[in-house]
Write a new protein. Sequence first.
Length: 90
Amino acid sequence: MTRSKLPPRRPQSERKHWIFLDQCGCPIGLVEESRFYKTEDAAWDGMYDTRAEERAARARGVHTVFVDHATYEERFYPRMTKRCTHEDAA
């Protein structure tokens, strides 16, 4: 039995991400650019299981930003697992 190999990982400097932001600006998810997710529409398809979920998210004000990995680490990564502080303000 041969062991399958994963494709080589891209250098950090070449990685890019679609960050999904709630209407308040808090990050709620991401899709990394890849051969499967080359466009924003493909990223939406990767983030949501159905078109209905995608339409509901867009109607709620969810939007995306496309950033390089350094920007993701600096601006979004620290906030990815934190609770939204805007929920209590609503």
